[in-house]
Design a protein around this ligand. Structure first.
Ligand code: IMP
Ligand code: MG
Length: 333
């Protein structure tokens, strides 16, 4: 994988954080670079018995030898970022593109108070939509003008392209999910940018021919937070009964849940030109899978589900999540 792009296949919260953290540890990329909207994302992973959540840094942060980059298209909340840099002691390996947009308190206030955003769309209230609106108006402050980030500024596009020219491993982290894309999701119940694989590459400043693999991450069931349609949505009781009740890592809101949606997944594969699939939380759907790390040991009913996904989508399921720990994974690459 000289250049692997990870992307959410559904509505975000597919478990990308854990998959990326695993890849960071296993494949030891020289660079992990984040695309996507900004601190509206929440990536969770457990490592050596401790749970971590990141909203700004790449989820590869746990690997101390990986350089952590944030692409120009990503909005930065300096307070959130500086806290995460401290948490991972990553001040000597974090770099922010000089052209990243800066979220200020006024953006957060607008996001939390405007009825359309908070009430109808159900945004995360992290200021990303208003900041991207200001960016389109060309009034948004950029990272190059934020003194608190001065130690971390560089040309991220240049660094990533240079690494790729030198055949170094680069892990590109997408956030949110395909159906939250401003262009390809169910407008208006979407986020404020395109978050498909092409959009993520554009955020970072790498061209389409630089990408070797696109890994689409799907959860074994679908969840969604905020407004907008969700086909075959389960009642709260049914979601609870199946153990599919989850809460948002940024907002704490209860996630709505539905069974795996093959139609959505098929389109997602096309839109992202996915070459690999990761299926997460197989153990939540099939508790007998918990902690299994070898494909042969996966029980028949769960195997059938994986085979159905491969058959319907025509792409190999290379990674299967079987538990919260980083190594609770079946790696079929
Ligand atoms: P915004 O991105 O905060 O403007 O929110 C727009 C919509 O996208 C809302 O439905 C949010 O719940 C959803 N959303 C944004 N980021 C994420 C994410 O990282 N995971 C899940 N949902 C998200
Ligand atoms: Mg999340």
């Amino acid at each position: 994988m000289p250049c692997l792009v990870t992307v959410g296949g559904f509505f975000g919260d597919e478990g990308k954080g854990k998959i990326i953290a695993y890849l960071a540890k296993k494949d030891n990329p020289v660079i992990a670079v984040r695309g996507g909207v900004g601190p509206n994302a929440g990536h969770t992973f457990a490592f050596e018995g401790k749970e971590y959540k990141v909203r700004m840094l790449p989820s590869a942060a746990l690997n101390p030898s990986t350089r952590l980059l944030i692409g120009a298209g990503v909005l930065v909340n300096p307070q959130v970022l500086l806290k995460e840099i401290e948490m991972f002691k990553a001040d000597d390996r974090t770099y922010v593109d000089s052209q990243c947009g800066i979220i200020e308190q006024s953006h957060i206030d607008r996001d939390k108070n405007e009825d359309h955003l908070k009430g109808k769309i159900g945004t995360t209230g992290t200021g990303t939509g208003p900041a991207n609106a200001d960016r389109a108006l060309r009034t948004l402050k950029l990272a190059r003008d934020a003194p608190e980030l001065s130690l971390f500024i560089e040309d991220v596009s240049n660094s990533v392209n240079f690494a790729l020219e030198n055949k170094e491993r680069v892990l590109v982290e997408g956030t949110q999910g395909t159906y939250l894309s401003l262009y390809h999701g169910g407008y208006p119940f979407v986020t404020s940018k395109d978050v498909t694989a092409s959009g993520i590459c554009s955020d970072i400043g790498i061209g389409p021919k630089k990408v070797d693999d696109v890994l689409a991450v799907f959860k074994a069931y679908v969840t969604r937070v905020g407004g907008g349609p969700l086909t075959n949505e389960l009642s709260e009781e049914e979601a609870k009964r199946r153990g599919w009740m989850e809460f948002g890592s940024v907002t704490g809101r209860q996630r709505r849940a539905a069974p795996f949606d093959f139609e959505l997944a098929k389109k997602s594969i096309r839109v992202n030109s996915a070459t690999q699939i990761a299926v997460t939380k197989l153990d939540v759907m099939f508790p007998s899978c918990a902690g299994i790390r070898q494909y042969e040991k996966i029980p028949t009913d769960a195997k059938k589900f994986i085979e159905e996904i491969e058959g319907e989508l025509g792409v190999k399921v290379t990674l299967i999540g079987t538990g919260p720990d980083l190594d609770d994974i079946v790696d079929r690459r």
